[in-house]
Design a protein around this ligand. Structure first.
Ligand SMILES: [Zn+2]
Ligand SMILES: [Zn+2]
Length: 316
C-alpha cells in the first residue's frame, strides 16, 4: 500500500510540474507575441525604413539635398515666408524643390518628400498611391507640408481641426499643391484653419479612404473586439496589411494627431479628433454606400481610426 500511495504522490507532483512548465511556456509565448507587436508598432511609426542611397538624419528621417544658386527670379523662403532677393544665394532641394535662405535651412520641413511635379490625376479622382513618389516614406507632399506648418503654429489654437478656413483659400492651395511644380509657402497663409481644412479636404476627397475599401470591414471588426489587447493586436495586424503609402501616411498622421491631442490648448482630445477624422480616413467598404450603410458605418467609424491606434507607444 505504501508503495502505491508513493506512486500517487509522485504522479501528482509530476502533473504539477507539467502544469507549471506549460504555464511558463505560455507566458513566454505571450511575451514573444507582445514583443513582436511592439516591434511592429515601432516599425510602423518610425516612418522610414533605412535606404542606403538617401541621406538620413539621426532619427532615420529623409533629409533634403540642397543645391545653392544665385537668385534671378525672386522666390519665397519656405520656412520664414520672406522673399529671397535678386542676386542673393538661395538653397533649393534637388528632390522636393523646397526653397530656403541659407540661414533658414535647418527649419525646412522634414522628411524630404520628392515632388512629383504636378500629379497627373484630376483632383478628386486619385487614390493615395497616385500622390506619392516611390521613395520611403510614401507620404503625399501635401500631407507633410500641412502637418509641419500646423505643428509650427497651430498647437495653441482652440478647435484645431474642428474649425474650418475659407473654402476659396483651401481650393486655391489645393490647386497649387497638386498642379504646380513648386511648393506653396504655407507660412504665408494667415489662417491656420485653412491649412487644417486643406489636409481634411485632401483626405476626404481621395477616391478610396486612407484605410482602403478592402480592409474597411477588418478595421471595423478589430475595433469591436471587446478584449482590449486582442482588439489592438487585430488592429495592428490589419494596419500591417495596408499598402505602404497608406501605412506610412497613417503612421505620420497618427503621430501628428497625438501631438494635437496632447496640447491642451487645442481643446481637441482623441475622441474629438476621432469624430472629425473617423468618417474621412475610415470611410466605407464601397465607393457608393447605400444610406443604411452610411448610417451604420457613421456610428462605428470614430471608434476605428484613432482611439486604439493613438494609445500605442510613441516612435522609438
Ligand atoms: Zn527636399
Ligand atoms: Zn528664410
Amino acid at each position: 500500500m505504501e508503495r502505491g500511495s508513493l506512486d500517487v504522490k509522485l504522479k501528482h507532483a509530476r502533473n504539477q510540474v507539467d502544469v507549471e512548465i506549460r504555464r511558463r511556456q505560455k507566458a513566454e509565448a505571450d511575451c514573444e507575441i507582445l514583443e513582436r507587436q511592439i516591434q511592429l508598432i515601432r516599425d510602423l511609426l518610425t516612418k522610414v525604413r533605412p535606404e542606403p542611397s538617401t541621406p538620413q538624419g539621426k532619427g532615420g528621417v529623409r533629409l533634403h539635398e540642397f543645391v545653392s544658386k544665385t537668385v534671378i527670379k525672386p522666390e519665397s523662403c519656405v520656412p520664414c515666408g520672406k522673399r529671397i532677393k535678386f542676386g542673393k544665394i538661395s538653397l533649393k532641394c534637388r528632390d522636393c524643390r523646397v526653397v530656403s535662405h541659407p540661414e533658414c535651412r535647418d527649419r525646412c520641413p522634414l522628411p524630404c518628400i520628392p515632388n512629383l511635379g504636378g500629379t497627373p490625376v484630376k483632383i478628386g479622382e486619385g487614390v493615395l498611391a497616385d500622390y506619392v513618389s516611390d521613395a520611403s516614406p510614401m507620404i503625399p507632399p501635401l500631407v507633410v507640408h500641412c502637418v509641419n506648418e500646423i505643428e509650427q503654429r497651430g498647437l495653441h489654437e482652440a478647435g484645431l481641426y474642428r474649425l474650418s478656413g475659407a473654402d476659396r483659400t483651401i481650393k486655391d492651395l489645393k490647386e497649387k499643391f497638386l498642379r504646380s511644380k513648386t511648393v506653396p509657402v504655407l507660412s504665408k497663409v494667415d489662417d491656420v484653419h485653412a491649412i487644417t481644412g486643406l489636409l481634411k479636404d485632401f483626405l476626404r476627397n481621395l477616391k478610396e479612404p486612407l484605410l482602403t475599401f478592402r480592409l474597411n470591414r477588418a478595421f471595423m471588426d478589430a475595433a469591436e473586439v471587446s478584449d482590449d489587447d486582442n482588439s489592438k493586436a487585430q488592429m495592428y495586424q490589419t494596419i500591417s496589411n495596408l499598402p505602404q503609402p497608406n501605412r506610412d501616411t497613417l503612421a505620420f498622421l497618427v503621430l501628428h494627431l497625438k501631438k494635437v491631442a496632447e496640447s491642451l490648448e487645442t481643446k481637441m482630445d482623441i475622441s474629438n479628433l476621432a469624430r472629425v477624422f473617423g468618417p474621412t480616413i475610415v470611410g466605407h467598404a464601397v465607393s457608393n454606400p447605400d444610406p443604411m450603410t452610411i448610417l451604420q458605418d457613421t456610428k462605428r467609424q470614430p471608434l476605428v481610426g484613432l482611439t486604439h491606434v493613438c494609445s500605442s507607444p510613441s516612435a522609438a
